[in-house]
Design a protein around this ligand. Sequence first.
Ligand code: SF4
Length: 447
Amino acid sequence: MALSGIEIYKLLPKTNCKDCGVPTCMAFAMKLASGQAELSQCPHVSAESKAKLSTAAAPPIRTVTIGAGEKAVKVGGETVQFRHEKTFYNPTGIALRITDIEPEAQVQAKLENFSRNEYDRVGLKLKADLVLVDCESGKADQFQARVEKVAGATGAPLILRAADPEVLKAGLARIGDRKALIGPATAENRQAMAELAKSKSLPLLVQGKDLDSLIELSSELQAAGLNDLVLDTGTRILGKAFEEQVIIRRAAIAQQNKSLGFPTVVFPCLMTKDLRKEALYGSVFIAKYAGIVVLSDVPGEVLFPLLLERMNIFTDPQRPMATSPGIYEINNPAADSPVLITANFSLTYFIVSGEVENSKLPAWLIVLNTEGLSVVTAWAAGKFSADGIAAYVKKCGIDQKAPNKRLVIPGMVSGLSGELEEELPGWKIIIGPREAQHITPFLKEMK
Ligand code: SF4
């Protein structure tokens, strides 16, 4: 249960030394209670208090790490039911399912989709995260061969799924120390699965027959000392599965239900045979509230919209989405190509860069740091001003790349042109279109 500000205050040193950057311990306690500060900001808190506060500060849904090293994926760790209450932290993992009875060529094609379909957006790399290998043959050697193939083809974190713990062991023997998620632990095999997960310190997938049996299993496994669980209600029907995801999230957050305080896995790939429907179902569970969504294939037309949806849901609603400031080259610009400037609000950047790209004409695009504000908002806030633009143009080195010095400013801020001419001697300031859709004809005229 989360502690109140007063309860936290009682555990702090109460010296008001200000080393945490806050004037008093009481103020720091209030910030900690509201999630606006980290306990590590107070260097004087005792080990005993730290232990108590850390436990109290643990998220109601446990964070589970799958995989090792840089590619490890974290799921769960959520603290709120609705994104606008604070933010969601760990994006839903998107997993590709491969079975051990699929033809070799099909597996190859799926793995190629998995590796190839990667996208750059807002300075982030977007891609599917995990590969799940499912044992449908029931044969240890067949499962092992498929696991070996998948593990050799991708460095992505793995989920190994087989009802028989002995079959799982055969698969695990081929992946070294990659810290796979294993399972499913069910009412039938729970003891052997628990022992296997415990002996190898691996997270465990738990599958119930319904919500009640899942709660029972989860409690039992926790009592046996397993803390890293991922929950599968076993439901393969869209409506019921959706309802269960909402119930689980609400129970974990609002009622602090410890048996349900874990990330979940949902299988749209087992709910329909139509890949387009699967993508739609996946989008439902990315929004509410799957820790992992498992798909049967990840071609671009399925994956890309899901990645964008996920990116939008798992950004901090209190911070505008921003693109990295800098000089962007579009359509191989040369020394005599025009230089356009815009704000670093992501949407603005994508619209402007997209229009320039579509024009097929080469240009340099300077993205100014406006702290994620759009051109007009940034201009009104003094963050897209003549002196700010001039200072960045001088320092970013664009004059070396584009010595013709033609700077196109957005038509919305045409009033800055006079001041910019004074601030940037030698540059020709050109007023661009007010709307991005007019960029192509504008650039053609400039040519
Ligand atoms: Fe209090 Fe710790 Fe902040 Fe000092 S650093 S004021 S002891 S909370």
